[in-house]
Write a protein that binds this ligand. Structure first.
Ligand SMILES: Nc1ncnc2c1ncn2[C@@H]1O[C@H](COP(=O)(O)OP(=O)(O)O)[C@@H](O)[C@H]1O
Ligand SMILES: [Mg+2]
Length: 345
């Protein structure tokens, strides 16, 4: 495989209205989901299955439009990689539950994108991860249900040797967080084994908001095993400007630039920031950036600088479209930044 993602599999449900008859959707939704205290606008809140079901039922009866998008940070990156038209061999490691909508089941989504899912374990007893994204006052509030993703530690334990072998044979492994208490320890053990088996496999690690805000020793150890630590400015500060592997780099994203930090040096890549008025949907922009970076790292002549520029161009394009609606434009953007894929693929 060229790139294998390890991370949650979610269904992102984006509400298409922020107010109903003058009342904010978020406040009423939180009431129907029995969330107390009510969620803070712009924050993220974990919710259980009963709350998700109650919330979806209320949104349905009120006729609030919902855009379903398969999601999960690493999944978003693999999704974007599949849409670059580079003929990359892609795989995913995760646990997949059922969709609450009866559509968009995770296996058919992966199959549709040509992403190998031999090591995605089915969990028919649970809902898939759900990320309900509600716009309120210009901010998005995330109501997250971990669902089947809770099973990742068990999945990694049960098929440890097979998963480690699959990852060690990949050129790049891209790892993102699992919000389950055992997820960090399981992934740390797994990455250490991948490192032991293959010094050449590049490990890219995006710990995201939750793991950066409260980094456990496992999270810091994973950063230290990584070749690329992908974070935004706030996460970089929270992680204490955490160290990567020797020769590794922290790739730090800001609205107007990306900085590549190595011991003793910082390279800066400026880009034109989009004004807020042009940002349609910021969910997963960082994941799309990662796709550009990784595509350049597995290209014929690996180039970090080209990857940062491609990643920023893709992220800027993504910000101007809701969900994956702009992904059809990725192929042309990639063709501008990278040489054509070799015909052998
Ligand atoms: N206003 C903006 N204009 C252009 N690019 C932006 C802007 N704000 C953020 N970005 C880019 O979007 C991406 C956001 O990444 P990140 O902070 O990890 O977001 P998330 O994890 O929510 O997807 C980065 O690549 C960043 O450079
Ligand atoms: Mg991010």
């Amino acid at each position: 495989m060229d790139v294998v993602g390890v991370g949650a599999l979610n269904l992102d449900l984006i509400t298409g209205a922020s107010a109903l008859n003058g009342t904010p959707v978020l406040a009423r939704l939180a009431g129907h989901m029995r969330l107390r205290p009510p969620p803070v606008s712009g924050g993220e809140r974990m919710v259980d299955e009963a709350a998700v079901r109650a919330g979806l039922e209320w949104l349905r009866t009120e006729g609030v439009p919902l855009t379903p998008e398969p999601g999960g940070s690493a999944f978003n990156t693999l999704h974007a990689l599949a849409r670059l038209g580079r003929g990359l061999r892609l795989g995913y490691v995760s646990v997949a539950g059922r969709s609450p909508l009866g559509t968009d089941d995770p296996f058919s989504v992966l199959d549709g994108l040509g992403i190998d899912r031999r090591l995605v374990a089915p969990d028919p007893a649970r809902l898939c991860g759900i990320c309900l994204s509600v716009y309120d006052d210009g901010e998005r509030t995330l109501l997250t249900h971990t669902g089947a993703n809770t099973g990742i530690a068990g999945h990694v334990r049960e098929r440890f040797d097979e998963i480690a072998g699959y990852l060690a044979a990949a050129r790049v492994v891209h790892v993102t967080s699992f919000l389950d208490p055992d997820g960090g320890a399981a992934l740390h053990r797994l990455l250490a084994e991948v490192r032991r088996r293959s010094a050449r496999t590049l490990i890219s690690f995006d710990p995201g908001h939750a793991w950066s805000a409260e980094p456990t020793p496992d999270v810091l150890a994973m950063a230290a095993l990584s070749d690329y630590l992908l974070v935004n400015g706030r996460e970089f500060a929270q992680l204490g400007r955490s160290r990567t592997r020797r020769d590794g780099a922290a790739v730090v994203k800001y609205p107007d630039r990306v900085e590549v930090h190595r011991p003793g040096t910082v390279e800066r890549y400026a880009h034109r920031p989009l004004p807020d008025s042009q940002v349609e949907d910021a969910t997963g922009a960082g994941d799309v950036f990662a796709a550009g970076l990784l595509a350049a790292l597995v290209a014929d002549r690996a180039q970090l600088g080209a990857g940062v520029r491609l990643g920023s161009a893709l992220a800027g394009h993504k910000l101007r479209h809701v969900g994956a609606r702009g992904h059809g434009g990725f192929r042309a953007i990639a063709a501008d930044f990278l040489r054509p894929p070799s015909p052998a693929r």
